[in-house]
Ligand binder design. Sequence first.
Ligand SMILES: NC(=O)c1ccc[n+]([C@@H]2O[C@H](COP(=O)([O-])OP(=O)(O)OC[C@H]3O[C@@H](n4cnc5c(N)ncnc54)[C@H](OP(=O)(O)O)[C@@H]3O)[C@@H](O)[C@H]2O)c1
Length: 292
Amino acid sequence: MKVLLTGADGQLGRSLQARRPPHWSLHAMTHAQLDITDQAALAAAIGVLQPALVINAAAYTAVDEAERHPELAYAVNHRGAAHLAQAACAAGARLVHLSTDYVFDGSADRPYEEGDEARPINVYGASKRSGELAVLQAHPGTCVLRTSGVYSEYGRNFVKTMLLLASRGNAEPLRVVNDQRCCPTYAGDLALAVIALAEGHGCQGIYHYCGATALSWHAFAQLIFLTAHQLVPGMPIPPLQAIASRDYPGAAARPANSVLACGRIEALGVRRPELPASLTAALRVIIPSGCC
Ligand SMILES: NC(=O)c1ccc[n+]([C@@H]2O[C@H](COP(=O)([O-])OP(=O)(O)OC[C@H]3O[C@@H](n4cnc5c(N)ncnc54)[C@H](OP(=O)(O)O)[C@@H]3O)[C@@H](O)[C@H]2O)c1
């Protein structure tokens, strides 16, 4: 099966390339090779390739920066995604498009279902929600997969940032918020969920996929250092300080609860590993590479 992957250099893009099913002929295009804000380039790439499936892993993901540059966030996450959906639909290709838990406002006291009202509270979330609506309108057969707190051995993410900050050995405790709960998701597990949706017959509409463990960022940081210490016994566990979101200097508001209910994708047989297992797998790659 001919598959076009956009955003191939991102965390999900690289994880998908590493887990590509053998019967896929995967055409992985980085930002430099295919800019999804360039409508003509998209139409040309899809017109020439004639893929059976398009996976959109391209996104503007800088949540705080998006507050300062909303036009960039919307250009990629809304209009770029819409153009991609139009081109995929015109070519008769299926589309799997990625979205985010940040489409929700976080006020619920339970995990969010796919049909719950989206009410984003920051520019990134709003741009991704506009993208969801646009792709579903342009290509009604699209699968939109919302995910949460993605980490991996690739690129920048919370796990690598924590390890980097700890490696500086500052005496000051690391300050991490403890009033935002989500389910961190290993990009390798997410890639398998994307593949399952892509291969699933009759799948369309919105799905949720995230890791199986819900916790605060502060608790996540504790688990990162504990797991790293178990893997490398000499590795010090830095002091951590739990802080409230209002004391964190980020520009964007973030939902207090962005835990996703994933029953719809689990019904397809997709597994959701607990955090310790996936985190250990990721750290086994991240720590020896010294890339944090
Ligand atoms: N990361 C998370 O915690 C998280 C949480 C929830 C949902 N998601 C969603 O999950 C998906 C995958 O996220 P990820 O973590 O893999 O993101 P990522 O690591 O930031 O990768 C995104 C990729 O998209 C590329 N890109 C940006 N603008 C582009 C454009 N105009 N045309 C083509 N490519 C472009 C980026 O390239 P450059 O770096 O060169 O710009 C980067 O390679 C996204 O839809 C994201 O919104 C992520």
